[in-house]
Design a binder for this molecule. Structure first.
Ligand code: AMP
Length: 227
């Protein structure tokens, strides 16, 4: 992998996987390791909701229900974001694309993704996991009460502020989000895997990594996959 003079790597990565697979947690490591910006559409939407804008109010109802926000809105958000100079040579998509039209939009915009990494976790494990997830709202840092606890229970390590449970991490909503994942996002697995096997020079490399086990072991597997 090539490094730019400013220390950032030239690499464009998509992290794929069900909600609760650990994409956000792993994205934090990869972002630091490769010195690339993390583009998390979930985070961007939560920031908009927090700002209580007109758009934010509409988004809140959708996100809290566990459904997906419309492709038009998401594609516009991402287009704006990747125009920033810091995203020019590399970035990490976390939670985007989530539908075939979103993936097609990336392709049409001629953005060459180097790697797609799918993090796999069985549904039963996800439901267990998400009930223990806690988040620091201002930064988006995530923890798990058992697997990745903060130094002090209920408190963010960096800011010392309280952690909360996201509305959409509650059990019923998690089940709905898993249904949405299987129907709308899972087809991307086949989409990218098939494309990676073609002779197309623009095709990303496809990697599948188990998201069950120690967080550091999973990070190692991701780094190895990226070469
Ligand atoms: P996340 O933090 O990635 O789990 O996203 C939280 C919620 O934001 C999802 O359940 C969706 O309602 C919405 N969302 C995030 N990213 C997308 C996307 N790429 N397309 C549609 N909706 C999204």
């Amino acid at each position: 992998m090539r490094r730019q003079t400013n220390g950032r790597y030239y690499v464009k990565i998509i992290l794929l996987g069900p909600p609760g697979a650990g994409k956000g947690t792993q994205a934090q490591f990869l972002k630091d390791r490769y010195n690339i910006p993390q583009i998390s559409t979930g985070e961007i939407l939560r920031a908009e909701i927090k700002a209580q804008s007109e758009l934010g109010k509409k988004l809140k109802a959708i996100v809290d229900s566990g459904a997906l926000v419309s492709d038009d809105i998401i594609i516009e958000i991402v287009q704006k974001k990747i125009q920033s100079p810091e995203c020019k040579n590399g970035f990490l998509f976390d939670g985007f694309p989530r539908t075939l039209p979103q993936a097609e939009a990336v392709k049409t915009a001629d953005i060459k993704i180097d790697h797609v990494i799918e993090i796999t976790v069985p549904d039963t494990e996800i439901v267990k996991r998400m009930s223990g997830r806690r988040v620091h709202l201002a930064s988006g840092r995530t923890y798990h009460v058992d697997h990745n606890p903060p130094k002090k229970s209920g408190i963010d390590d960096v800011s010392g502020e309280p952690l909360v449970q996201r509305e959409d991490d509650k059990e019923e909503t998690v089940k709905k989000r898993l249904d949405v994942y299987h129907q709308q996002t899972k087809p991307l697995v086949e989409y990218y895997e098939k494309w990676s096997k073609t002779a197309d020079a623009k095709a990303p490399k496809y990697h599948r990594v188990s998201g069950v086990g120690e967080i550091s072991t999973i990070t190692e597997a991701l780094v190895k996959a990226l070469g």
